[in-house]
Ligand binder design. Structure first.
Ligand code: UD1
Length: 338
């Protein structure tokens, strides 16, 4: 299959390029590099022997998008391009609505113009808000607490509306839990710009000496050790979930939301301990007040993915930490050192 990947140079996008190429698909990437580096695609080539066709552009640029989509001869799209920082979205909501919502609208218009009607969309467990049921099934009520989450929810609703009006569209809405780790080669991984907001890139930067210590945001939650519990999923498992979703869309005209998680929750302190084992160092941390907007616990009911996609996360916590550490150790400054 010929697949068009927006945001294909990013963290999840680059891992998905690798798995798609290795499964025999042709891959084109459309990316504006606002939070990624072209080097990631060179690394994809080092791993797979194939460099994705690159179209540099912004998803809000309808002409560039339509040209690239047509030129790529793609028959399906995976849409990763988007802004993803909760804090930044509170400061600058319009940038989030513009990039995420308007960008996706332009993408759907370009797809319709090119008669490409299969899309795998990056949604997030953030659409479950503060969950009142654990593990969280896909039919849990949807709500959000910040503009970033709101954009994911609006886009999900947009896709459901489009599907209701033109049933020949095929949509897989993948709700990610917490992607971590890196490709086992150590050649691609997460490369956040500035101070990482998310736990595992911060932990990895403490391990490599770029940060002095970790702040643990709260130890008074109603969890086993008082720290927040999340469903961490290896990014390669997540990438393989996209491959399965894509293959399903070839035979199903539908619009389905599917959780991609492991179904298992680990606390912040569990993650610190596991990373200490992987890197062989003690990682200093201090307990700090809760981060605004954080919830106590969030983990997936992952049954639907297994039922519909025949997919299940296979890489355990040790693999997540060892692979994440291999990437961080070999690339202490991320792709920036190139
Ligand atoms: C965050 C976003 C979520 C988004 C996801 C994308 C918030 C509130 N939520 O999820 O909307 O979809 O990233 O990856 O930002 N922690 C620390 N110290 C740190 C960083 C994190 O103790 O320096 C804790 C957090 O309090 C939380 C856990 O680690 O309990 C995971 O945090 P994080 O990696 O930021 O993910 P989420 O908050 O689950």
């Amino acid at each position: 299959m010929n697949v068009f990947i927006t945001g294909g140079a990013g963290y999840i996008g680059s891992h998905t390029c690798v798995e798609l190429i290795q499964a025999g698909h042709q891959v084109s990437v459309f990316d504006n590099f606002c939070n990624s580096q072209p080097e990631a695609l060179a690394r994809v080539e080092r791993i797979t022997g194939q460099r994705p066709q690159l179209y540099q552009g912004d998803i809000r640029d309808a002409d560039a998008l339509t040209y690239a989509l047509k030129d790529s001869q793609a028959t399906a799209v995976i849409h990763f391009a988007g802004l993803k920082s909760v804090g930044e979205s509170v400061q600058n909501p319009l940038a989030y609505y513009d990039n995420n919502v308007v960008g996706t609208l332009r993408l759907l218009q370009a797809m319709r113009a090119c008669d490409v009607k299969a899309l795998v969309f990056s949604s997030s467990a953030t659409v479950y808000g503060d969950p009142h049921q654990l593990p969280i099934p896909e039919d849990h009520p949807l709500s959000t607490t910040n503009p970033y989450g709101q954009t994911k929810l609006v886009i999900e609703e947009m896709l459901r509306d489009v599907h209701r009006s033109e049933t020949q569209w095929r949509f897989a809405i993948l709700r990610y839990f917490n992607p971590v780790g890196a490709h086992a080669s150590g050649l691609i991984g997460e490369d956040p710009q500035g101070t990482p907001n998310n736990l595992m890139p911060f932990v990895a930067q403490v391990a490599v000496g770029r940060r002095e210590f970790l702040n643990v945001w709260g130890d008074d939650y109603a969890t086993a050790d008082g720290t927040g519990v999340r469903d961490y999923i290896h990014v390669v498992d997540l990438a393989l979930g996209h491959l399965k979703a894509l293959e399903r869309l070839a035979n199903h005209t539908e619009c389905e939301a599917i959780n991609l998680g492991t179904g298992v929750g680990y606390s912040v302190l569990d993650m610190v301990k596991a990373f200490e084992l992987a890197c062989g160092k003690t990682l200093p941390y201090q307990v700090a007040p809760r981060r605004a907007g954080d919830i106590a616990a969030c983990y997936a009911n992952a049954d639907k993915a297994e039922r519909l996609l025949g997919w299940k996360a296979e890489r355990d916590l040790t693999a997540m930490c060892e692979d994440g550490w291999r990437w961080q150790r070999a690339n202490p400054q991320g792709y920036g050192q190139i």
